[in-house]
Design a binder for this molecule. Structure first.
Ligand code: BYC
Length: 333
């Protein structure tokens, strides 16, 4: 199902015989990375660096776009006008994040159409988290709290990514993500403090279902993460999957106490010696099943996305026709 068309490994590159000039360019590139300098789109970069970035940014952009679907389902069913306006703004923000990221990827030479085609063909990945269903209104608050919370934890370090166009896009995205996390927490807090027993139970049920998928979002354990070492070497990734996961668990365990919910892990416990929370085993078989295309909603998400794209064709055509008309008018003036 997912073949990850854009994936290329270092082996492919090693086969290429490099000229002395290219070796010098690579030496200068490495020195820049070592000095913590940023790489701009016009700068020389190794082909594997470019492809690694494209792989990550494409996956990230698609996550923002597919991430609109589980929440979008609830816009018509938001319980109050205030919550509806917040949710509309949030879903719209996610669409904007996708666009910043497609634009960042385009600076590396892959067009938005190529990336969208790869997504629709099931060849490009997006975050595992969006293949879980949103069953009740409490899922929307829980996504804000846990999913956006995990996203911020992962994405703030990417603001310092060595590739400047990606880093710049992430600065804007992170500002909005922090509002997303807070609106989710606030929505749950209102239900936990002022809600009926049924509403409180609904929040606890949503937290029970979203907890484990949220901590899987950070990716496989460091010792099973094939891309981490090179990503960290190049300053694309600044903090490892396991370190970010631990930071997220430590922060959220405290927030759960404020909310008055329990996290569904009997082994979750503060460890004074480590100065971190211990936690139970993660079901990595489930994670790989979902990443491989066999999660609860994978097929539905992709079909909805493709349908939205097809049904939106007339809007794209109309926008292009309008732009052509404006350009002709300008030329004539
Ligand atoms: N889901 O070697 P690894 C958001 C793949 S938040 C699916 O550790 P890497 C949003 C990985 O791609 C979510 N696939 O990889 C929030 C790789 O496969 P390929 C999006 C996953 O790249 C709220 C393989 O597993 N955020 O957008 O070093 C509302 C081995 O992994 C996942 C980002 O994308 C996963 N959870 O590290 C709306 C942030 N985890 O590509 C929207 C940017 C791993 O070799 N991305 N895989 O076939 C990253 O920071 C990194 O790409 C990851 C993975 C930490 C996700």
């Amino acid at each position: 199902m997912y073949t990850q068309a854009m994936d290329t490994g270092p082996k492919e590159e090693r086969k290429v015989v490099r000229s002395a000039e290219e070796a010098e360019l690579e030496r200068r590139f490495d020195a820049k990375i070592d000095a913590g300098d940023f790489i701009e789109a016009k700068d020389w970069m190794p082909e594997h660096y470019r492809k690694t970035l494209l792989r990550q940014i494409s996956q990230h952009a698609h996550s923002e776009i597919v991430g609109m679907l589980p929440e979008g389902n609830w816009i018509t069913r938001a319980p109050t006008l205030k919550r509806k306006a917040i949710l509309l703004a949030k879903v719209q923000d996610e669409g904007g994040h996708g666009l910043y990221l497609y634009a960042a990827a385009e600076t590396l030479g892959t067009s938005r159409d190529q990336m969208v085609d790869a997504l629709h063909a099931g060849k490009a990945k997006y975050s595992s988290i969006f293949n879980y269903p949103t069953l009740t209104w409490a899922d929307i608050g829980t996504i804000g709290w846990l999913v956006d919370g995990a996203a911020i934890m992962n994405q703030v370090p990417i603001c310092r990514c060595s590739y400047a166009p990606y880093a710049r896009a992430m600065i804007r995205i992170c500002r909005e993500e922090s509002f997303h996390q807070r609106q989710g927490f606030d929505s749950l807090l209102v239900m936990m403090r002022e809600g009926t027993p049924e509403q409180k139970a609904m929040v606890q049920d949503a937290v029970n279902r979203w907890w484990w998928p949220s901590i899987m979002m950070f990716g496989p354990p460091d010792d099973q993460s094939p891309n981490s070492a090179q990503g960290m070497r190049w300053g694309i990734k600044r903090i490892s999957n396991d370190t970010l996961r631990q930071k997220f668990i430590d922060a959220t365990a405290e927030q759960a106490k404020v909310l008055g919910v329990t996290l569904p892990d009997p082994l979750l416990k503060w460890n004074d010696e480590r100065q971190h929370h211990d936690f139970g085993p993660i079901d990595w078989a489930e994670f790989w099943r979902v990443v491989g295309g066999d999660g609860p909603c994978n097929r539905d998400r992709l079909a909805t996305r493709v349908r939205a794209w097809d049904e939106g064709a007339w809007v794209r055509e109309a926008a292009l026709a309008h732009a052509r008309k404006q350009a002709t008018k300008k030329e004539a003036a």
